[in-house]
Ligand binder design. Structure first.
Ligand SMILES: Cc1cc2nc3c(=O)[nH]c(=O)nc-3n(C[C@H](O)[C@H](O)[C@H](O)COP(=O)(O)OP(=O)(O)OC[C@H]3O[C@@H](n4cnc5c(N)ncnc54)[C@H](O)[C@@H]3O)c2cc1C
Length: 415
């Protein structure tokens, strides 16, 4: 595949853009692959990419029931950070964040990584103590964060009202190299690189069943026929329990809607990402000028991907004390995704009761930021059959052993 460059842009400019290669095709499936990955979201595509690039496994199909990146990967609010409390979480999220730094160069695709800085506001004394503790933990983990006073918060984000009557801003946990990236571009960049390695990305192809014999998976039944495989990776986020049931095992996952909304585009007014976890809302400004706003999960299990009025009201009400300017904004659109929540709010990267079947899920409300690190660790697990140091703590056995990685504050509340 031809590389994208300033020279290629100039050449195609004068040729009326007739010479570009297709970024990826959507071929009919072959009868067998060494590895079949179900789910062409960021995590499935990144797994395929590192399988090819790091482990030399290229006879791979990524199967997607809808369109590439049309699940949570294309629906999230793109916050990237790694300021988690527990060591295993900080390790995998920081690996992901550091891979994001060079991802555009690595994939030869502009994923628009913008390390503009992420702050998590402390609006109660409890949060002040909690974030100071996280900053200390991050220092030990080699993750660059600091606890900053209210004056510095105001300096970094002048539109914040720090003296709110109910929840004044008492400080913030600041990660200067956190930020955002363009979510579609992350999926597209990985997809293009996978296609370039000869992998098949098969869209509009739903997996309807998993076939197995003698404790190992033999293939998947899809709407485009049966596909045999040497190994199977289930990377389907909110549909993980559905796929696990097809394969004959259960997962400790609940699927819940998570919604977000954007305002009309306005002039640049905020060049950091702000999360307000006590009131349960977060906001950043997109490159188009829209204010990107999100809150908590809906309080019930469901598979809906729509937005709802109660969410707009709850989330905007939560944020308006800290950001009074949003009361004058018009909303442009809202949507929902189906997030996969575990009890300890940490992901699952694991072997399963079926010998050659692996699962990657449980990223819940915060898996966009993890895509490169998760794909990197999952590829190692699938290729070798054993989890490496990044994936090992996140096995399914932790739920049997009670060895939880409790990130309910860092991951369950916001992103
Ligand atoms: C509103 C919202 C805001 C969020 N904000 C953030 C944020 O700011 N920062 C952050 O880090 N994370 C955020 N997240 C979470 C993040 O989006 C997800 O954790 C991440 O995108 C999961 O990626 P994935 O590849 O695992 O799943 P997905 O992108 O959902 O991909 C799974 C794919 O599997 C496919 N699939 C399902 N069943 C089948 C089947 N039977 N056959 C074939 N294919 C199937 C689906 O169609 C889907 O495309 C947010 C999520 C939402 C919904």
């Amino acid at each position: 595949m031809r590389r994208y460059s300033v020279f290629a842009l100039a050449r195609e400019g004068v040729r009326h853009h007739t010479g570009w290669d297709r970024a990826w095709a959507s071929p009919l499936p072959k009868s067998r692959y060494d590895v079949v990955i179900v789910g062409a979201g960021g995590h499935g595509l990144a797994t395929a990419y590192y399988l090819g690039r790091t482990h030399g496994i290229r006879n791979v199909a990524v199967i997607e029931k809808g369109w590439l990146g049309g699940g949570n990967t294309g629906r999230n609010t793109t916050i990237i950070r790694s300021n988690y409390l527990q060591d295993p979480s900080a390790a995998i999220y920081e690996k992901a964040r550091s891979l994001y730094e060079d991802l555009s160069q690595e994939l030869n695709y502009n994923v628009m990584f913008s390390p503009r800085g992420v702050m998590m506001l402390a609006q109660t004394l409890h949060e002040v103590r909690g974030y100071k503790r996280t900053a200390e933990a991050n220092a030990l983990q080699g993750v660059e964060t600091e606890f900053i006073p209210p004056g510095r918060v105001k300096e970094l984000c002048p539109i914040i009202h720090i003296d709110g009557p109910r929840y004044p801003v008492l400080g913030a946990l600041w990660q200067p190299r956190g930020g955002t990236a363009r979510h579609d571009a992350v999926a597209w960049g990985y997809a293009r690189a996978c296609a370039d390695m000869g992998m098949d990305i098969i869209e509009q192809c739903e997996v309807k069943g998993v076939t197995s014999a003698n404790g190992v998976v033999t293939g998947v039944e899809t709407t485009k026929g049966t596909i045999a495989c040497g190994k199977l990776a289930l990377v389907v986020a909110g549909h993980s329990s559905v796929l696990a049931e097809m394969a004959g095992f259960r997962l400790p996952i609940e699927s819940m809607p998570l919604q977000a909304l954007v305002s009309e585009p306005i002039k640049p007014c905020m060049d950091v990402v702000v999360m307000a976890n006590t009131v349960h809302g977060y906001m950043s400004q997109s490159d188009k000028g829209e204010m990107v706003i999100g809150g908590g999960t809906d309080g019930y299990n469901a598979y809906t991907q729509r937005g709802s009025f109660h969410h707009i009201e709850e989330t905007v009400r939560a944020l308006v004390e800290t950001f009074p300017m949003i009361s004058r904004l018009k909303m442009l659109r809202q949507w929902g995704g189906i997030v996969d929540m575990t009890g300890d709010r940490s992901p699952i990267l694991s072997r399963t009761p079926l010998g050659n079947c692996f699962v990657n899920c449980g990223w819940g409300t915060g898996g966009f930021k993890a895509i490169p690190g998760s794909g990197w660790a999952m590829a190692e697990l699938v290729a070798t059959g054993q989890p490496g140091p990044l994936a090992a703590p996140f096995g399914l056995d932790r739920f049997r052993e009670g060895r939880f990685i409790d990130e309910s504050v860092a991951a369950g509340v916001a992103h």
